[in-house]
Design a binder for this molecule. Structure first.
Ligand SMILES: [Mn+2]
Length: 237
């Protein structure tokens, strides 16, 4: 049976990704890899992660750090001191790696599941249609919200910079009506502080590997979590 294996925020943690794939006994001929986005940055080996994921023909969606890399490569965002994706920007295979990354969508619907990096605004009537219309090389407000949302109000206004945020703000997944994605289970990442979130209809897989936490895999067909410890904290708050 083909397994779909969703992987939480990798952020350049190639060694942990390789260990997780071993732990899962990933079979490239049979299994499908679906990272939740934020494949790069803050961690030690952004280019290595992209090379590995591309070689395994992974699916996945874009996260805010992936967009930061693409914007920096286009020259619309300055490279920052805290960025660790210079290995991609100055790699011999930069064109291939950036092209592969830019061909990820913002949302990936399956029959039973839907994958997004941050989450969905309660204001969107048809989140899948809204996000499929977004261009990775020219992201609009909806794409930006989908990769950054954590707390929001019932109208979908984001609580920027506040975590936790006071009422009326609540975690987006407490306000989101899943009938708007056809009742699919929502798989997402981006929220290391909240950590692993398993509740009916939602699987939040960011367990803060790059901060010294764990890298999480969720095998959809078995509804099973597999985790490996980060070798160390690669980034600090
Ligand atoms: Mn993120």
């Amino acid at each position: 049976m083909q397994r779909r294996i969703f992987i939480g925020d990798i952020q350049g943690c190639r060694e942990e990704l390789e260990r997780l794939l071993e732990e899962i006994r990933f079979d490239p001929a049979a299994d499908r890899l679906e990272p939740v986005g934020d494949l790069v940055n803050r961690g030690p080996d952004s280019a290595g992660c992209l090379r590995l994921l591309a070689s395994l023909d992974a699916g996945g969606v874009l996260g805010n750090h992936d967009l930061a890399l693409l914007a920096t490569a286009r020259g619309t965002r300055p490279e920052r001191k805290s960025d660790t994706f210079g290995d991609v920007l100055r790699g011999e295979d930069r064109v291939e790696l950036l092209g592969w990354l830019a061909s990820r969508p913002f949302v990936r619907p399956f029959e039973d599941l839907v994958l997004v990096h941050g989450g969905f605004s309660p204001a969107w009537k048809d989140p899948i249609a809204v996000l499929l219309a977004e261009d990775p090389n020219d992201p609009g407000p909806a794409a930006s919200a989908a990769v950054t949302i954590r707390f929001c109000d019932p109208e979908g206004n984001l609580a920027r910079g506040m975590d936790p945020a006071p009422p009326p703000y609540r975690p987006w997944h407490e306000l989101f009506d899943r009938t708007r994605v056809g009742g699919r289970t929502v798989v997402f990442g981006h929220w290391a502080r909240q950590g692993l979130l398993l509740k009916p209809g939602f699987r939040g897989l960011d367990s803060g590997c790059v901060w010294g936490g764990k890298l999480t895999g969720w095998i959809a067909e078995e509804d099973r979590i597999v985790q490996v410890d980060a070798r160390r904290a690669y980034a600090g708050i």
